[in-house]
Design a protein around this ligand. Structure first.
Ligand code: GRF
Length: 205
């Protein structure tokens, strides 16, 4: 499976996906990294692996359609069959979602449908979880549709909150399981083990 990774930040999930490919867990190739930030850590990860990179930001285009066209051109040029959003903080243009329907996965650092939506990213998520008094949090892999963090859930894993949990400590715990489940979800797609019926998704063995 040819995967295009989209990332805005340091790229530790991107690195986890590459590690899973390297050890033979994930039968896939990363064909391109697209980032809205030219100085993202993820860009350096891509360079270290000789993976093509493309900096694409809304600021470079006059409309969402123009950005979408540019993204679709890059995706086509690299024969991307699947998209992994690994810490991508911008909305994916509608035409790209349409073209890659049920072939875009996002990772979110909490148990959706709670603690998601516009503006819920980074530390804000973990602060909100701790403030809620919930005793568990976790990571969610979901299919991407037109709304932030609302697409069908593919895979989740939980972590327990301790009595002295801080946003930093919780972020570290959750990040660890993000690195486990993102490659597993991609593996299920790469191996054709995902059944999608409307908004319900099952991974079969
Ligand atoms: C992760 O916590 C992910 O859940 C969120 O953004 C963060 C990205 O981290 N969407 P990294 O760039 O993969 O290290």
């Amino acid at each position: 499976m040819n995967i295009a990774v989209f990332a805005s930040g340091r790229g530790s999930n991107f690195q986890a996906i590459l590690d899973a490919i390297d050890v033979g867990l994930l039968p896939a190739q990363i064909v391109v990294l697209i980032s809205n930030k030219s100085d993202a850590g993820a860009m350096e990860v891509a360079h270290a692996y000789n993976i093509s990179t493309q900096h694409l930001s809304q600021r470079m285009y006059s409309s969402e359609e123009a950005l979408a066209d540019a993204m679709l051109n890059v995706l086509e040029e690299h024969h991307a069959e699947f998209i992994a959003l690994a810490g991508y903080l911008k909305k994916i243009p509608a035409q790209v979602i349409h073209q890659y329907r049920n072939r875009i996965l996002n990772i979110h650092p909490a148990l959706l449908p709670s603690f998601g939506g516009d503006g819920m990213y980074g530390h804000r998520v973990h602060e909100a979880v701790i403030a809620s008094g919930d005793k568990v949090s976790g990571a969610t892999i979901h299919l991407v549709d037109e709304e932030y963090d609302r697409g069908p859930i593919v895979l989740q894993k939980t972590v327990a909150l301790g009595p002295d949990e801080t946003p930093d400590s919780l972020a570290a715990k959750v990040l660890k399981i993000e690195h486990e489940i993102f490659p597993l979800a991609l593996k299920a797609f790469a191996e054709g083990r995902v059944r999608i019926e409307g908004t319900k998704v099952w991974i079969t063995s």
